[in-house]
Write a new protein. Sequence first.
Lengths: 469, 92
Amino acid sequence: MNLNQLTIKDAKEGLKAKKFSSIELTKACIEQIKKYNKDLSAFITITEKEALESAKKADELISNKQDLPFLGIPVALKDLFSTKGIKTTAASNVLKDYVPEYDATVVRKLKDAGAVIVGKTNLDAWAHGSSGENSDFGPTKNPWNKEYVPGGSSSGSAVSVASDMCIASTGTDTGGSIRLPASFNNVVGLKPTYGRVSRYGIIAMASSLDSIGHFTKTVEDSALFFNVTAGKDIMDATTLPDLTEDFTKNLDNGIKGLKIGIPKEFVSGLDEDVEITFKQSYKILENLGAQIVDIKLPYTEYGIAAYYIIQPSEVSSNLARYDGIRYGNKRSTFGDEAKRRIMLGTFTLSSGYYDAYYKKAMSIRTLIKKDFDDTFQKIDALFSPVCSTPPWKLGEKISDPLKMYLSDALTVTANIAGIPSLSVPAGFSSNDLPIGIQIMGKQLSENILFRIGNAFEKYTNFYKQKPKL
Amino acid sequence: MKIDVTHIAKLADLPLAQSEKEKFGKQLSEILSYIEKLKEVDTKKVEITSQVTGLENVTREDEAKPSLSQNEALSNAKSQHNGLFKVKAILE
């Protein structure tokens, strides 16, 4: 096994036992990036020099018997996370030469934990998209088959982990932007409870929905990553009070006796491959001792409609700051998708339409949230596919925005309700493309999601399968 | 639902070419027609939800803290003059 293929857990153990150095581990990742980035477009910026400097420092600290959670571990950042002195573009021409003067809170936390930043990953510009094709710098490709989309918007972050260009990466999930690419790439993706990870310094998409999460190779790594990033931040007033907990603590408790619901609205109209995979998946949970129950979440069908009012409204407001004066380029340099969303949001917030659209959508939000709240009185978690189809071909949906938007039908309601959801590899389609399942829980229930995900992963081991690059 | 693209683009300060106006006009109408399905739901007695944290009145001490220097704040400005952002005249 090459060093860049390691998990966080194994890399940490190897570094600690001096089986290899952080310099060697970092070089292995950078080599992999250099070898395959031309084909995959996973990275916008490679920070080789800075990475090798931090790796050298990490090796010194390790020699001095220092122990930090991510000491010497190579991590990639979605290019929406502000990095002091390193270009942060949001994959948009508006910010193509923007260099922040400060780090996002999550970036600072990762650095404080000893992480080595290897680069900034590609995305749908401003995180607007489900396929990775809306990047102003060219689409990211799916490493399992380069003719297919990797899923978006955190396309490069998912691909960088799937193709072992780093050990883990950060992402953002406003309507599915972590879970969808995680499921399309056979990696683990966490969309945490809204407010559990600071949004400070991360370029805002839709502020009431944006959740800051990450991609890892295993569920255990996802819990280790969350140990570093979760917590209250004075710079983000929407962060929740601290609950000091070790997210790895209950991982191996098994799932015997847990009540897991399958929402019927999430499993109708599935593609055949997804349906087969999903059935096998919940049978596995049953075999592991969970009780599977059928659940109804009747307002699910209004999720996308409500989301495509709330989200563009907040987008139009957040992107109003890009005036090309203080930083960035002129508004004429926005790409098509950003222009569409700015206009849609400007319209739904405009005089005479506010009540009919924005207020209506916020009422639907109440009903969707109530659906979940009532359900979680009765069960421990929900289980569903991440997407009703496997990855689709590049170009297939790009000229039909509505069709693209509907790809998020199974993911947006978790954002609307602010609940956490963990995407875990669940198998492959008939043409060998990854399929993922998601485990959703009530707010602050990440511990249970990790527990279920870990039991499922230990039984299936899909994460061990790698794309042939 | 027809959308007045020229008016909305003006509100949003987005310069659009004629061909873009036509393309976006059609696409946005399709999206809005889909969104119309929310009308099926009676929400007269439903309270709105604008955020989901349950947090209220989050405040902090009003203390000055170190912040960006003038040079740092200007570091990405393409047009500046004497340490200030330089903008086009707003009034004639």
